[in-house]
Ligand binder design. Structure first.
Ligand code: ADP
Ligand code: MG
Length: 701
């Protein structure tokens, strides 16, 4: 029988109760359990003689119990187990609080291992609540590198270790999806060995190699996924869009500013791509405020001038609407009809009436897309729906926000290739724009086969935003400062974090409370708006529009304001509990101000005195370069957090290797070879299955 597929709840050692807890973590079978990896290790591998113990250090000792007793403190009503353990060099005391059963096991004469931190009190050195086990047992919790698992309620690391110790033998049955010759060539362990090493590494080296194997697997899958998409993408045809130099020049000269060199270069690269009869697949990688929209507009103009349609997709309705407004303005002197299609409303530039969602207006807009009356349509993901037909769609632009997970991209590309573009035998050119600059190391890892244009230069009229970390004692000064800016006619954002999934329900309450408190106690004479995730798209719209129209002086908002909202008159942003956000996200927030020639300010409130939070936030004070911040963020949080997508099937610890450029290159080459040998991977059924799993896991996000 296949032990790996056995349900955990059926195992007598685990049973229904634990089975249910594990199920919540998506761990149902023995195989799932084996692939549930520790996220760190406690190094109890070195045995120390008792005479060499020192306070503050972490150590394992081995000896014999000489005395053990259970004491009840009368004051605190606490049960204390006190135990003395001796080895050939001395005796040490160990105490456990409220674990009376310890004294049952540790009776005099028993051989025992203790591991933990050494403390010191008036009576001398002692272990406080150490990990322990009888010396007769295989070292699991002491005397080795002890795995620490992510804990959930009702499931301790110790319990998982104990179960794992019994189940690890089944790892031998795991079959490796990666061809063995590849792993051998890299001197990496095969799956079964790597799994054993991750749970119970004998040495640090063994653990590192196992970790590297999983990192390699991840990179290899990513490379296979992207290369496969690239191969099929490159086999397609696209409309060739002639580059009209005169028109482009004329358009650029009509702008109220001069393009940065980076914008010029990126636009040129894109326009050159569009000329080819092959579909472009280019990423416009640029910082907040680096002016990606105008570059996208230049590409659109070129396509529309050549008689084609363009579609631009934004991640949210608010952003789609904003793009609609700004692009309609950019093209106001051109004979271009722009349409907006989201689930809430449909409008076109020739009919500037806002129409809330009803079937009639939607049908009317779809009709115009079909007959070509609309040249440029802007919208959300509602734009890739099966019932939407174009007359001749030649270019799709995606303002991608955070959705730059590799598999999502692959999925999106597939959808795009299937769009009813009205051009038989052709697919649209694709331009994606990031909202957060992506560090070089990651573009290599995830977009190895993608053409990239980088906007690493800010428009000249920008003043760097003055950024300051604020300790609680200085709060009032900042409020005063905000007030002084508002007196000058400017506006301010106040952001506070409520980002975790589990907190979504209380978001409304907290947002409302914060807004009320500020309106009543701090700024009673000012007008405060409130923006949070529970508002309907139309309501968010209204709040943003009102803020833009200066109906509010201050906008209190949760992280929904993060995406590219443009309020040039806002000059101050205060961010509460700043340490709870990633640096890249803070940088996004900061990008909400400084969008004009006025001096802008960003205040990061933190109550956290921990050095880490401070040094992390310090990067915000030091640099205004989104690329530098992204690199830093990547280093601190790792690619998993940075990308914002949990790439399933991958131990977090392996993610650390994602900045290993050499390994990425190797994965790239092996993926290329593998696909050359077997383009559809039919020679590698396990690998094919793993790739399918990897891709479907990420789609669901
Ligand atoms: P993002 O890259 O964040 O999408 P946008 O395209 O929204 O940035 O541009 C931000 C602001 O900068 C807009 O108001 C835009 O009109 C302006 N802008 C774009 N390019 C330039 C430039 N070269 N010089 C001055 N202002 C510019
Ligand atoms: Mg933008």
């Amino acid at each position: 029988m296949d032990f790996l597929k056995m349900k955990l709840e059926k195992l007598p050692r685990i049973g229904m109760k634990y089975g249910a807890i594990l199920k919540k973590l998506n761990i149902e079978t023995v195989e799932d359990f084996l692939l549930h990896f520790p996220f760190r290790y406690e190094d109890y591998s070195e045995r120390i003689l008792i005479e060499n113990l020192a306070a503050g250090e972490t150590a394992t000792v081995m000896g014999e119990v000489v005395q053990s007793k259970l004491v009840r403190t009368w004051k605190k009503k606490m049960m204390i187990t006190e135990c003395f353990v001796s080895d050939e060099t001395g005796t040490v005391r160990a105490v456990w609080f409220n674990q009376p059963y310890v004294s049952d096991s540790l009776t005099a004469g028993k051989g025992v291992r203790l591991a933990g931190k050494i403390s010191e009190d008036a009576k001398g050195l002692f272990f406080s609540n150490p990990a322990w086990e009888l010396s007769s047992r295989t070292p699991t919790n002491t005397g080795r590198l002890v795995p620490i698992y992510p804990e959930t309620e009702g499931l301790t690391s110790k319990w998982i270790r104990w179960q794992m110790q019994n189940m690890i033998k089944y790892a031998d049955a795991l079959v490796d999806p990666i061809p063995e010759n590849i792993l051998r060539g890299l001197h990496l362990p095969i799956l079964s060995e790597a799994v054993k090493s991750l749970h119970f590494p004998k040495t640090l080296k063994e653990f590192e190699l196992a970790q590297k194997r999983f990192a390699f697997q991840q990179m290899f899958l990513v490379q296979l996924a992207t290369q496969r998409v690239k191969i099929s993408w490159d086999k397609q045809n696209a409309a060739s869009i002639a580059f009209n130099e005169t028109l482009t020049k004329y358009f650029v000269e009509s702008l109220p500013f001069t393009l940065t060199d980076a914008q010029r270069k990126a636009a040129f690269q894109i326009l050159k791509d569009l000329e080819k009869p092959l579909p472009m697949n280019r990423l416009l990688n640029g910082d907040v405020g680096s002016g990606k929209t105008i570059v996208a507009a230049m590409a659109s103009l070129s396509a529309i001038n050549a008689g084609f349609q363009v579609s631009l997709m934004a991640p949210t309705e608010v952003l789609a609407r904003q793009h609609f407004e700004s692009i309609s303005k950019i093209f106001s002197k051109q004979d271009i009809t722009v349409g907006l299609l989201t689930n809430s409303y449909q409008i076109t530039t020739d009919n500037r009436q806002l129409t809330t969602n009803n079937k009639k207006s939607r049908d009317a807009l779809l009709q115009k897309l079909k007959n070509g009356e609309i040249n440029l349509v802007i919208g959300t993901h509602a734009l890739i729906q099966k019932d939407i037909k174009f007359k001749n769609l030649a270019l799709i632009i995606i303002d991608e926000q955070h959705r730059f997970g590799v598999a999502q991209r692959a999925f999106l590309q597939q959808q795009i290739a299937e769009i009813n573009d009205g051009l038989p035998g052709k697919i649209p050119h694709l331009l994606t724009m990031t909202a957060t600059p992506i560090p070089r190391t990651l573009t290599l890892a995830f977009f190895g086969n993608l053409d990239i244009s980088v906007l690493d230069e800010m428009p000249k009229n920008r003043l760097p935003i003055v950024t300051e970390i604020v300790m609680p004692s200085k709060r009032k000064d900042v409020y005063d400062f905000v007030r002084s800016e508002i007196t000058k006619g400017h506006q301010a954002f106040i952001i506070f974090p409520l980002v975790e999934e589990s907190e979504k329900l209380t978001e409304l309450k907290a947002a409302t409370q914060e807004h009320e408190m500020l309106s009543r106690e701090i700024f009673p004479d000012l007008k405060l708006g409130l923006l949070h995730g529970k508002l309907k798209a139309g309501e968010k719209e209204q709040v943003m529009a009102d803020f833009k129209d200066k109906k509010y002086d201050i906008l209190v908002a949760t992280s929904v304001v993060e995406v590219g909202i443009d309020i040039p008159n806002a000059t101050v942003i205060m961010i509460e509990d700043a340490e709870r956000f990633g640096l890249s996200q803070l940088h996004q927030f900061r990008g909400r101000v400084g969008r004009s020639d006025k001096q802008s300010y960003c205040f990061l409130f933190t109550g956290s005195k921990t050095i880490k939070a401070k040094s992390r936030l310090g990067a915000m004070e030091k640099t205004s370069s989104g690329f530098a911040i992204a690199e830093e963020d990547l280093k601190l949080r790792g690619p998993g957090e940075f990308l914002g997508t949990r790439q399933s099937g991958l131990p977090d610890i392996a993610m650390e290797h994602l900045s290993n450029v050499k390994l990425i290159e190797i994965a790239h080459d092996y993926a290329e070879q593998t696909l050359q040998n077997s383009p559809d991977l039919s020679d590698y059924p396990l690998l094919q299955k793993e790739l399918g799993k990897f891709q479907s896991n990420v789609h669901l996000e």
